[in-house]
Every structure is written in structure tokens, then in C-alpha cells.
Design a protein around this ligand. Structure first.
Ligand code: ADP
Ligand code: MG
Length: 340
């Protein structure tokens, strides 16, 4: 002990969020959240005497507000990003469990993306205003937004060429940093501008998916926010990055018998989520080998996952009994990646 470890003691936190019942949904609950204890229990539908308990870094029931989720989990991360660290946040769960609600939200109930951007612009304003007299501070914000579908990367800020099958290339620079060649990074100067660009990109995503007869729930959407802060008095520069990721639905499409789902599509989703689970597991168990290279997404995120970077996995859960298998699978995915 006492010697600095080559791998800093940062783990990927796992946060569970159970959504409310939706209109028309039968109100038969399969999970019970204990917020104070940061845990939940679920009864095995096949064997009701078996009650399973899962512990998390945070656990929220259907009453939790978007503000609460943001303040308790994202604010501390943003603090570190502004000090020059990278942070990556995922939403995992079956389609309909509340991933997009958590990460994007609605105009009335903004999710993690709009709340984070608002907080970053607030911070920018304060930092620019408090420059030492005679010097000027800088605070640059750049945003990228990509989609990974069947191991192919697309830029959501650019209209999709219908004939485009190839996607963007993932490359490595001389310092072995992995990057997506040709991915646009937009300089963003206001929250209003961000909201316009982001809304446009989301429509782009939906349109491309419809044209190709896909569903956006079968791809991963990765919003990257690069922050560069320069202190005019000291000339110190801090570069941090925040990734906010809406993952493809974790349901097993072969089991649920979705005809429209082609086998290769289903395989690609299952493989990339499986690799993500293995990467998170390897980071949290301090494994010497982390299989970043086994999927496009983990390869792209390599520098923002593990090492000194901060990570957070939201596990979104639908409460109804009919989703028990999906819930059970998602909880096990998360607990595997939970601190042991
Ligand atoms: P996913 O992105 O995982 O497929 P969505 O975020 O689209 O799921 O959520 C499915 C439905 O449930 C949507 O109608 C959404 O508005 C609603 N919903 C999800 N989470 C919540 C929540 N915490 N509070 C209220 N409504 C929610
Ligand atoms: Mg969604």
C-alpha cells in the first residue's frame, strides 16, 4: 500500500431508474425500490418464493424527477469534466424502459442532455465573467453527435446519403488516440443554438431510420461535448469531454420474435452490448486486459472510459410483470458491472 497504483481507483457507477406505469399499462408491479438503501427487490415470476435483491450506487423509483436524477448524478461529473477529465454516461435497458426520457426528456421535463448543456453554459458565463482584470478567460464548447448501427458509424449532424453503407472510419493518430475520421465537431455558442442543432440531428436520425426501414431503438446515439477552458491569468488549459449515450434496446429480439428484425441486426446489437458489459466489468474488476477493441463503440470511447475517466451506467427499468425477463436481464447486466 501507499504506492500510487497504475490504474486509478475510479469505477463505473451504476444507477437504476424505474419508470412509472404508462397509460393503459396493467399496474402489476414486479419491482420494489428502496431509495434510501439504494437497492431494489424483484420477485422471480417463475418461482415467486425467490426474491432477488440488487444494490446500486443510486436507485430511483417512478417518483424521481428529472432534476433529482441530474443533480445527484450528473452535477458531480460535470464538475470533473470542467477540471479536464472525461466522463461517459450510458442509458441501458429494453425499448420502452425510459432511456430516451432519461437522457433527452421532453420540453416540460428536460433530461440529462438539455440539463447538462444548460449547466455548462451557466458555468461558461460565470468563468468568462470572473477573468482577472487585464486578462481574458476562454471557454470553448464543441459538440458532435453520432449513431452506431450494426457496427457502422454515421454523423447525425449531416444529412444521410441514402446510398451510404460504409459509414465513417475509426482511426488512430500517432499518439494512438482513437478518433472517428470526418465526424463533425460543431462549435456551440448558446443553449438556443444547441437545441436547434440537436433537434435537427434527432430528426435526421429518425428520417434515416424510417427510410432504411429500421428503428432508432436499434442503434446507439452518442452525443460528445468537448470543453476547453483556458485561464487567462495562468494560461492553464483544461480539456474535458462528456459523452451522453442512448444505447440500443437491450431486449433479445430473437426471443421476442420480431419479424422485422434481421438476424445480423440483432446480432450486432447483442454483440455490442455484450462487449460494453465486458468492458465495464473489466474496468470495475481492475482486469489487466479491457476488450475495448471488440466493438466499434467501446473502441471509439476507449479514451473516455476507464483510466482516469469517469463512467456512469443508468439502468432503465419498466415496472410491469410482463417485462420480468427483460428486467431481470438488465439488472444482471448492471450488477455484473457493479462494485464488488
Ligand atoms: P426507451 O428510450 O428506453 O425506448 P422511452 O424513454 O421512449 O423509452 O420511454 C417510453 C415511454 O415511457 C415514453 O412515452 C416516455 O415518455 C415514458 N417514460 C419513460 N420514463 C418516464 C418517466 N420517468 N416519467 C414519465 N414518463 C416516462
Ligand atoms: Mg429511446
Amino acid at each position: 500500500g501507499g504506492v500510487s497504483s497504475p490504474r486509478p481507483g475510479i469505477k463505473i457507477k451504476v444507477v437504476c431508474r424505474v419508470r412509472p406505469f404508462l397509460k393503459g399499462e396493467e399496474q402489476d408491479n414486479s419491482v420494489q425500490v428502496n431509495h434510501a438503501e439504494r437497492s431494489l427487490v424483484v420477485v422471480n415470476q417463475r418461482n415467486p418464493s425467490e426474491v432477488l435483491k440488487y444494490s446500486f450506487d443510486n436507485c430511483y423509483d417512478s417518483q424521481a424527477t428529472q432534476e433529482e436524477i441530474f443533480t445527484e448524478n450528473l452535477v458531480p461529473l460535470l464538475q470533473e469534466v470542467c477540471r479536464g477529465l472525461d466522463a461517459t454516461v450510458f442509458c441501458y435497458g429494453m425499448t420502452g424502459a425510459g432511456k430516451t426520457h432519461t437522457i433527452q426528456g421532453t420540453p416540460d421535463h428536460p433530461g440529462l442532455i438539455p440539463q447538462s448543456m444548460k449547466a455548462i453554459f451557466q458555468r461558461q458565463k460565470e468563468f468568462l465573467a470572473k477573468a482577472t482584470p487585464g486578462t481574458s478567460n476562454k471557454f470553448d464548447i464543441q459538440v458532435s453527435y453520432m449513431e452506431i448501427y450494426k457496427e457502422t458509424v454515421f454523423d447525425l449532424f449531416k444529412p444521410r446519403d441514402p446510398g451510404m453503407k460504409e459509414g465513417l472510419m475509426v482511426r488512430e493518430d500517432a499518439k494512438r488516440n482513437v478518433f472517428v475520421a470526418g465526424l463533425e465537431k460543431k462549435k456551440i455558442i448558446s443553449l438556443e443554438q444547441f437545441e436547434l442543432e440537436f433537434t435537427k440531428a434527432c430528426k435526421n436520425r429518425a428520417t434515416a431510420a424510417t427510410r432504411l426501414n429500421q428503428q432508432s431503438s436499434r442503434s446507439h446515439a452518442i452525443l460528445g461535448v468537448d470543453i476547453k477552458i483556458e485561464d487567462g491569468a495562468t494560461n492553464k488549459v483544461f480539456k474535458g469531454k462528456l459523452n451522453l449515450i442512448d444505447l440500443a434496446g437491450s431486449e433479445d429480439n430473437r426471443r421476442t420474435g420480431n419479424d422485422a428484425m434481421r438476424l445480423d441486426e440483432s446480432k450486432a446489437i447483442n454483440t455490442s452490448l455484450l462487449v460494453l458489459g465486458k468492458v465495464v466489468d473489466a474496468i470495475n474488476s481492475r482486469a489487466s486486459r479491457i476488450p475495448y477493441r471488440d466493438s466499434k463503440m467501446t473502441r471509439i470511447l476507449q479514451s473516455s472510459l476507464g483510466g482516469k475517466s469517469l463512467g456512469m451506467m443508468f439502468v432503465n427499468i419498466a415496472p410491469a410483470k410482463k417485462f420480468f425477463l427483460e428486467t431481470y436481464q438488465a439488472l444482471n447486466f448492471a450488477t455484473k458491472s457493479k462494485e464488488i
